[in-house]
Design a protein around this ligand. Structure first.
Ligand SMILES: [Fe+2]
Ligand SMILES: [Fe+2]
Length: 451
């Protein structure tokens, strides 16, 4: 942070789709060839046609070494299917594609790592022995990843008292910059970082997703070098992509950086005289095992209820933050289980605002929920991933999008992509008003309001 990466976007340049597909095919062919065939077949048979990754996750068991080739074949096969599900010509910048699929993300992580590694030098013994080991098909790599995912996840940091993870700030007017799905290392993310810095907010908050799998290497190359810390500090929310590598980069690296010193866990409450901002971890215990559907643990819900009660006692307005989106801004269904968890937690002390990300889009929703208990929902998932614009209006999920970013970014490399951006918030304690502005990757204010 503060120190510019000497090679911006390092590791983000990926081969075109056709090359990607043929790499996967090649790896699969070799895994099904004479050297690995027996192991792959017997492990697949033992799994009875079930996905090895899913069954390992469900059972929470370590993946033994002799199952690593079968597991690699399973993940690569899933990744190939996902690749084929993407549009024939997906919106991409420097090969960066928009995917939330765990298998394809892991493959992309592996390929990026290979690209970022120094090219082999011919004639050097190290490279002759090393090449095989670090290729896409290397079963050992998949095995260790699967074990991080299901067996050796980074430890969750839990509160022992409801007062834990509260940060009291005396500022009567608190400025914040929020951005989600920012960890791409792409030029638009870097431009956004510059505009966030120019506003000099007290705090910056990342709403999650460091691509493709939140590994230690990806956090160090795509997140930390350009992440703009606020004047007082910075926070980061846990997410599905962070958890694809078991949360190793998020818990092991990000939260240990000095600018994150006020953040003691993956959930926190930032409290000012008139406001509280409650960051939540909807990813660690996601309800679908593969981190697509958000869920809060019972303990975290108890802690959240205590924060909302304390806020009501102090007369504060409350803002909640999650990575996962309860409402879609485009196609898709609402995440009913997350929505219901939060609505229940907000009884009897409702929150006023809910900022989320995960869907790669900007959206300001109309007030949502039962009369007297409505919240203002916002999606700030347009922080860096190249995406196609959505439209405003009523959505199938029941929400109404009052505003969304529809302008193309004018990117000569990808004319179809819409502008990335972030949100600036100023929370006034005297008036209890929030000044909110969506700002694009060029630093232009797009939609603002006082709520
Ligand atoms: Fe994302
Ligand atoms: Fe996400």
């Amino acid at each position: 942070m503060g120190q510019r990466n000497p090679s911006p976007g390092q590791g983000s340049v990926l081969p075109p789709r056709a090359v990607l597909r043929s790499s996967i095919e090649g790896a699969l062919e070799e895994l099904r060839g004479p050297q690995h065939r027996a192991a792959v077949l017997s492990a697949s048979r033992a799994a009875g046609g079930r996905s090895l990754v899913l069954s390992a996750v469900q059972e929470g068991r370590p993946v033994p070494k002799d199952e690593h080739p079968a597991l690699a074949a399973d993940v690569l096969d899933r990744a190939r299917k996902e690749l084929d599900r993407l549009p024939p010509d997906p919106i991409a910048v420097a090969g960066f594609v928009n995917t939330d699929d765990i298998a394809l993300s892991l493959v992309l992580t592996r390929i990026s790592e290979k690209h970022a590694a120094a090219p082999p030098r011919p004639g050097v013994l190290k490279d002759i022995t090393g090449v095989k080991r670090y290729e896409l098909l290397d079963p050992g790599w998949w095995g260790s990843l699967a074990n991080r995912l299901v067996h050796k996840r980074a430890g969750f940091i839990s509160h022992s008292s409801p007062e834990d993870f509260r940060v009291e700030i005396a500022e009567d007017r608190l400025s914040l910059a929020l951005v989600g799905d920012w960890g791409t290392g792409l030029p638009s993310s870097q431009a956004i970082a510059g505009h966030m810095t120019a506003l000099n907010p007290a705090f910056t908050i990342h709403l999650g997703d460091v691509y493709y799998s939140g590994t230690t290497g990806e956090v160090k190359s795509r997140f930390l070098p350009d992440w703009p810390a606020g004047a007082i500090g910075t926070f980061a929310i846990n997410s599905n992509h962070e958890m694809y590598a078991g949360g190793e980069g998020y818990f092991g690296i990000t939260l240990k950086q000095e600018p994150f010193r006020l953040q003691k866990a993956s959930y926190f409450c930032l409290s000012t005289p008139g406001w509280q901002i409650i960051g939540l971890d909807s990813a660690y215990e996601a309800s679908d095992l593969l981190y697509q559907k958000g869920r809060l643990s019972e303990a975290q819900i108890g802690w959240l209820k205590a924060q909302l009660a304390e806020g009501a006692r102090r007369g504060q307005r409350s803002i909640v933050l999650t990575h996962h989106n309860p409402l879609p801004a485009g196609e898709g269904a609402p995440d009913e289980s997350l929505l219901n968890q939060m609505i229940e937690a907000a009884n009897p002390n409702p929150f006023d605002f809910w900022y989320w990300a995960h869907e790669h889009v900007a959206a300001r929703f109309a007030p949502y929920g039962a009369p007297g208990r409505q919240f203002l929902g916002r999606c700030v998932g347009h922080g860096g991933v190249p995406y196609a614009p959505e439209t405003a209006g009523g959505k199938k999920g029941g929400g109404v999008v009052e505003w969304t970013e529809t302008e193309p970014a004018g990117d000569p490399d990808e004319p179809r992509r819409a502008k990335n951006g972030f949100v600036s918030l100023v929370l006034d304690s005297a008036t209890r008003k929030a000044e909110e502005a969506f700002i694009d990757e060029f630093g232009v204010q797009k939609k603002s309001g006082s709520f």
